[in-house]
Every structure is written in structure tokens, then in C-alpha cells.
Design a protein around this ligand. Structure first.
Ligand SMILES: [Zn+2]
Length: 100
């Protein structure tokens, strides 16, 4: 995709560029919504806004993966690690979330 133009420049985007821009906007909106929900539920969304594949981390005992699966997301566990934060260390589950 070519450099996006500013709102003041005339739009010479192709249909393909417009479609790609709409997809990116939807991914960013989904990322923002999931980010809010996941952090509300005690997890961390760690992927970059706009990436088709989203990744989150959740506390080991969390049912967040099942929860998101129940909401229609394709959820794939990809391992576990220890999250280091200033207050505590906790074992967390690394999970990938695909858009459906
Ligand atoms: Zn345009």
C-alpha cells in the first residue's frame, strides 16, 4: 500500500487501497475493544493495533481464553511464561487470538 494521503490532499486511492484501509480500521477497532475487555478481565493484550493476529497474556488460572472463544474468537494457546512486573511475578498463559 502506498503512503496514506492527508485528509486535505485529493483522494486518488484505488479500490484495493480503500479496501485495505477499511480492513486496517476494523482491525484497529477490534484491537481497541479487545484491549479494553482483556485488561478489564486482568489480562494484557500485547500485539500491535492493526495486526491481523492478536496476542494476549492472561493469568494462569484465568478463563479469558475460554471466554473469548465463547464470544466467537479463534483462540490458540501458544505457551506460558513468567511476566515480570514491578509488584509481583505471576505465571501467565500466552495466547493467540485470530479474527474470525
Ligand atoms: Zn484516498
Amino acid at each position: 500500500m502506498s503512503r496514506p494521503h492527508t485528509p486535505r490532499e485529493p483522494c486518488r486511492c484505488t479500490d484495493g487501497q480503500r479496501a485495505a484501509a477499511r480492513i486496517l480500521e476494523r482491525r484497529k477497532a477490534r484491537h481497541a475493544a479487545l484491549n479494553a475487555y482483556i485488561s478489564e478481565q486482568g489480562g494484557w493484550l500485547t500485539s500491535i493495533a492493526g495486526d491481523p493476529l492478536m496476542r494476549f497474556e492472561a493469568p494462569h488460572a484465568s478463563n479469558l481464553a475460554e471466554d473469548l472463544h465463547g464470544k466467537g474468537y479463534v483462540v490458540t494457546p501458544v505457551g506460558s511464561t513468567t511476566r515480570i512486573d514491578p509488584h509481583a511475578t505471576a505465571t501467565i498463559t500466552l495466547t493467540e487470538v485470530y479474527e474470525t
